[in-house]
Each structure stands twice: as C-alpha cells, then as structure tokens.
Design a protein around this ligand. Structure first.
Ligand SMILES: Cc1cc2nc3c(=O)[nH]c(=O)nc-3n(C[C@H](O)[C@H](O)[C@H](O)COP(=O)(O)O)c2cc1C
Length: 362
C-alpha cells in the first residue's frame, strides 16, 4: 500500500467512517495501547518461568500468515505441540507444508526457552503430526539465542544494501545446521536478481488468483484494535502501513495493493537485500518440514542476534510450478525448496500480535 497516499486520504476517510477523531480512535485503537500489548506479550522470560511462559515463548515463533496453527498440551514433565487444522490455509498451503514448518519454528523456541528455564529436553515429532517435548529438571542454562526470541520479527521493509561479513554468514550457516536440512546462502547479485524475478512471477500468479487472495484477506488486520482483539493475522502496522477502520481496510487494500504495485515492492525489497537463504529438506514429509522450521528459526534468531533483519519470500515455493526452476537456480536440481528468506540491515517495524496462552491450551 502506498503509505503517503493512504495517509493523505486518512482525514477524509475519518469523516467517511463517521464520528470524527474520537470515533476513529475507538474504531482503530491507539499505537500506545498496541505498544503496551506488545510489551506484555514479549516480556523477558522470568527467572522463575512457569510452563505458561515457555508456551508464550514458543508462540513468538515465525508462522505462516500468523494463523498460529498450534495448540499446546501440558503434561507432567512434557509439553506437546499439536497441529490446529482450523488454522490451516488450504489454498496457499494445500499439503500443510507451511503448517508443519510453523510447528517446527515454535518447537525450536520451546527447546531454547526450556533449557534456559531449567527444563532441558528433546523434541520428537509424532506420527499424528504433533511434537512431543520431554524435559527433565536441571540448572538453568545460558542460551545465547534466548534474548532474540522476543526481539525477532519478519521485517517487510527495504534494507540498506550493506553486505554481510563472511564470518557472519558462516555463523548463520553453523547456527542453522540440522540433520536432514540443507541451507544455501546466496550473496551473488546476478543469482539474487534471478531469484527476484521468480519471486515477482510467483507473487503475480498469487495476486491474480481470487482463491489465494480471499484466503489471504481473511487474515489481514487493518488496525491495532483488530490485531489485539484476535491476537493473530497479518497486522498492517507490522508492514509499516497506517491504521484503517475495518470497514475501510478491505476497500483500501483492493484499491492500492495491486499485483503491479506488490511486484514492484518485492523487487525493490530484494534489490536492497545483500543475501538470500534457501532451506531444502532431504525428504518431503512432516518430520522433515518440522526440521526445516527448527533450522529456519535458529537462522532467524541468530540473524537477530547479529543485528540482521529477515523477511520471507516464499512465492516461487508456494506456486508449485516455479519450484523446479528455483531449485535449479540455487544448485539443487530435483529437490523441493522448502523456505526462502532475504536478510540484511534494516529498520525495526512494529511487532505482530499473538493469542494469549490460555486460548491455545487443550
Ligand atoms: C512457513 C512460513 C511461511 C511464511 N511465508 C511468508 C511469505 O510468503 N511472505 C511473508 O511476508 N511472510 C511469510 N512468513 C512470515 C510470517 O508471515 C510471520 O512469521 C508471521 O506473520 C508472524 O510475524 P513475525 O515473524 O514478525 O513474528 C512465513 C512464515 C513461515 C513460518
């Protein structure tokens, strides 16, 4: 969405929405209230952390469309992360690939927070699609990635183009090492340009697909009030866009977020990024998709620790017919690429919402 255009129109939109400034505020909520909400959500793990705090930390993980497709079951010395099919996105993710990657991301956060709070354990994917975390009591461990869990975000903004030191790239590679998962990091500009063209082709295909757009729109949250009320979805503020009342958000989205505008935005964002990471699993099954999520979350947390931002660019993976070309381009012909993100130095944007722990316990 063109930020200036929307801001300029906001005054007249306020009149359209009715009720003037006060009515506007009650419809969209305030930035202050949202900031206080985020601070509670992302409060540091207390020294005497309870199991509820571990669940909260697990849910701060990256997850597709921020649907948070999980539920948690607390056991005696265990925690189970269960898939929540009611939060699947069958159009964009017909085989639940992203859903299981998202569970993997949450599982990695859980294992880190568990060890840091004196509950180190092991993660085991189960045949029913859940992940079992069995822990035992121990001294709290210093976990170098713990602090990044609350600070990590997907930053969908232009970066400043500065190259990343080879030693930091090596650190990212090492941090994301996971059995069954390959990570390829691209820094060659000609190769990145070709990936960019594939992302644009994928984005174009998705935005011209009414079913994909209908599913996406169901998860858009146009203002702090809606984001806090549902605790999920893609909050416009986290993309750097100004708030709009719900009744105006949809028409504004339809008017400004065109395929042409988004293609141009993605191209600009990738041109500003010094690196791209591509994750590929050795096999196509749930256990490997969970492993991809774990590896990717470790990459994202390590990047955050190094002062790097990241954002997902999965379009040529989600549009299945583009996958073979992407795989060949990155030097892994015949494999299915699982996840792709760009990274670099950039601004911090507002954080995305999460549901309260009580709402996701079974
Ligand atoms: C499997 C998976 C796929 C994702 N795909 C995309 C994507 O294609 N485009 C995008 O902008 N973000 C994508 N994301 C990022 C999520 O939208 C993001 O994690 C979520 O909105 C929560 O925001 P946060 O990462 O800032 O906490 C993906 C995340 C995961 C785990």
């Amino acid at each position: 969405m063109k930020r200036r255009t929307v801001v300029a129109g906001a005054g007249s939109l306020a009149l359209l929405a009715g009720g003037g400034a006060l009515g506007w505020r009650s419809r969209v909520g305030t930035a202050d209230a949202y900031a206080a909400y985020v601070e509670r959500l992302r409060a540091p793990l207390p020294t005497n952390a309870g199991v509820g705090d571990l669940v909260r930390y697990a849910t701060l993980a990256a997850n597709s469309h921020n649907t948070q497709p999980w539920r948690f079951r607390i056991g005696e010395h265990s925690l189970d992360i269960l898939p929540d099919p009611s939060r699947a996105t069958p159009v964009g993710d017909p085989d639940d690939h992203h859903l299981y990657v998202s569970l993997g991301c949450a599982a990695e956060n859980l294992a880190i927070a568990g060890a840091a709070s004196g509950r180190p354990g092991t993660l085991a994917p189960q045949a029913d699609g859940s992940i079992h975390y069995a822990w035992s009591r121990a001294e709290p461990r210093r976990e170098p990635l713990l602090a990044a869990i609350a600070r990590r975000q997907s930053t969908r903004a232009p970066y400043d183009g500065r190259p990343v030191a080879a030693s930091d790239i090596e650190t990212l590679q090492r941090a994301a090492r996971m059995p069954g998962v390959r990570l390829l990091i691209l820094t060659d500009r000609a190769q990145i340009d070709r990936v960019r063209d594939l992302v644009v082709a994928g984005n174009d295909a998705q935005m011209r697909d009414p079913a994909f757009m209908a599913e996406l729109k169901a998860w858009l949250r146009f203002n702090p009030r809606s984001a806090m009320a549902t605790g999920d979805g893609l909050y416009s503020g986290a993309n750097g866009n100004p708030p709009l009342p719900d009744v105006l958000g949809r028409p504004a989205f339809d008017a400004f977020v065109t395929a042409e505008a988004e293609n141009e935005r993605y191209a600009r964002h990738i041109d500003s990024s010094p690196g791209i990471a591509v994750f590929l699993a050795e096999r196509e099954d749930r256990a490997h998709w969970i492993a991809v999520g774990r590896a990717c979350q470790r990459f994202a947390l390590t990047a955050t620790t190094l002062g790097l931002r990241h954002a997902y660019i999965n379009q040529p993976i989600e549009v299945a017919r583009l996958r073979p070309e992407l795989a060949t381009l990155v030097g892994a012909p015949g494999m299915r690429p699982d996840l792709m993100l760009r990274f670099g130095y950039g601004p911090l944007l507002p954080y995305s919402p999460r549901r309260p722990v009580a709402a996701i316990l079974v």
